[in-house]
Design a protein around this ligand. Structure first.
Ligand SMILES: Nc1nc2c(ncn2[C@@H]2O[C@H](COP(=O)(O)OP(=O)(O)OP(=O)(O)O)[C@@H](O)[C@H]2O)c(=O)[nH]1
Ligand SMILES: [Mg+2]
Length: 446
């Protein structure tokens, strides 16, 4: 933590400008040495022009320098930002010079890790930094920004606060039997714990939403060969991603792309047409198709409305997964088999008709339920989910015992476990291992 670290904060490769960041106690002195200016005197949060020079005094680049003084910086430490020209060699030479002057190369996520360790942000906010960078749709970005603003951390800390009060009271009663502390007992205690329990449930209910926001809803395009599945993928993506041909069995492997449909993050998966396979390769393809269908959040079941109704409609499919019938090729005369049908979206990949309706129907499937896709989206990630599940388990055990008639002193341990698990969400009981796992996923310089 005492070392001063340096890294390029902008992506590697040529660009107009590259940003190099230094953080740590000696960052002002180290930058000052390479720049031959007095960064320690430079007013905080002001920009100065300077020349970054090699040890021989040759100019490596003309740069702009911004100085931050602790604790008013991203990391909470003394920090310097150097904007130089965005050339690969320029940045490399500038960084080398800073290392020569006493900095060390930063590891992935080390800047944000320091921000966390110095108490500038909690762990959920640190995770949100990566969510903001990775967001591919407006919804995902909005949820990430909410989390970056501290929304999840505040909510879990609030839950933790309520639980802490209960536990503190209980432990005081246990530890100081002579002090005449009346324990919370019976229904009052059960009621308080149930209130905490239901707040945890509410947060856990957003986990599915969190996965979809971060990874995209898995929407599988399924159907018989030649109905226009790959055509649908391409038209929704707006690019010729998959091969389209009038040969049945063109698509052999699954093709996946993330796209925003009506602002909603979707992982579209094109599959091999479902039919009795004619060769080994196709058989593997069809197997893969069924795997994808089994994991889908939504199946788009595409049929050719100009052809007879086939056999392989998914009607008998796993009842849990959702599906939408899509009648394609509506530009062609309709086959009488489809005259009767009343459900499904009617589209044509040939002339683009009906697509807006289909997109709205897809977004509609996910907007159903509690409708929390609105402004207030909080969405816990897999790590939060696992902490909250542990808390729920421990609380559930305490409640079970209390309802079974045991005295409150016997559930103190379970309540402690729940307290720790809730605290872990915001990083209260962090371990080296946990931090390594989280910050290891970051980019260098973040
Ligand atoms: N007239 C018409 N033709 C279409 C439409 N959509 C797709 N096609 C044609 O149907 C044929 C099959 O399209 P694909 O998108 O390759 O069908 P697929 O379902 O991916 O087929 P497989 O990969 O073999 O399972 C191609 O010749 C497309 O040009 C449509 O809406 N109208
Ligand atoms: Mg195809």
């Amino acid at each position: 933590m005492n070392e001063t670290i340096a890294a390029q904060a902008t992506p590697f490769g040529p660009g107009a400008i590259a940003l190099i960041r230094l953080t740590g106690e000696d960052s002002h002195a180290i930058a000052g040495k390479a720049l031959r200016t007095d960064c320690e005197r430079q007013e905080a949060r002001t920009v100065k022009r300077a020349a970054l020079r090699s040890s021989e005094g040759d100019v490596i680049d003309e740069v702009l320098v911004t100085v931050f003084r602790r604790p008013h910086s991203y990391t909470g430490e003394n920090l310097v930002e150097i904007s130089c020209h965005g050339g690969v060699l320029v940045v490399q030479r500038a960084l080398d010079r800073l290392l020569e002057c006493g900095a060390r190369s930063a590891m992935a996520g080390e800047f944000t890790q320091r921000a966390f360790l110095n108490g500038k942000i909690d762990l959920t906010q640190a995770e949100a930094v990566m969510d903001v960078i990775g967001a591919q749709t407006d919804l995902a970005l909005r949820a990430a920004q909410q989390q970056l603003g501290g929304k999840i951390g505040m909510e879990t800390e609030d839950i933790r606060g309520s639980l802490l009060q209960i536990v503190a009271h209980l432990e005081a009663y246990i530890d100081f039997p002579d002090e005449d502390i009346t324990p919370q007992t019976g229904e009052a205690l059960v009621g308080q714990l149930e209130a905490v329990q239901s707040r945890i449930e509410l947060m856990l209910a957003t986990a599915e939403q969190g996965r979809i926001l971060r990874e995209g809803a898995r929407v599988v395009i399924y159907g018989e060969p030649n109905v226009g599945k790959s055509s649908l993928l391409n038209i929704l993506l707006g690019q010729e991603r998959a091969i389209v041909s009038d040969i049945a069995g063109t698509t052999r492997d699954t093709v996946e792309e993330v796209v925003s449909l009506g602002g909603f993050p979707v992982r579209l998966i094109d599959t091999a047409g479902h039919r009795k396979a004619v060769d080994e390769l196709e058989r593997v393809g069809v197997e893969r198709t069924l795997d994808k269908v089994a994991q889908a959040d939504l199946v788009l079941e595409v049929v050719d409305s100009s052809a007879p109704r086939g056999q392989s409609l998914l009607r008998s499919r796993d009842k849990n997964s959702r599906s939408l019938l899509v009648l394609n090729k509506c530009d062609l005369p309709r086959h009488s088999d489809w005259n009767e049908h009343s459900e499904g979206a009617e589209i044509s990949c040939a002339d683009g008709s009906g697509l807006d309706g289909l997109i709205a129907a897809i977004a509609g499937v996910f907007a159903q339920g509690d409708g929390t896709w609105g402004q207030e989206a909080v969405a816990v990630n897999a790590r939060h989910q696992s902490c909250l599940r542990r808390a729920r388990g421990a609380l559930g055990e305490a409640l079970r015992q209390l309802k079974g008639g045991v005295g409150p002193e016997f559930v103190a341990l379970d309540l402690r476990l729940a307290l720790d698990a809730v605290g872990e969400v915001a990083g209260r009981v962090e371990t080296e291992e946990l931090l390594g796992e989280i910050f290891g996923q970051f980019c260098i310089g973040k």
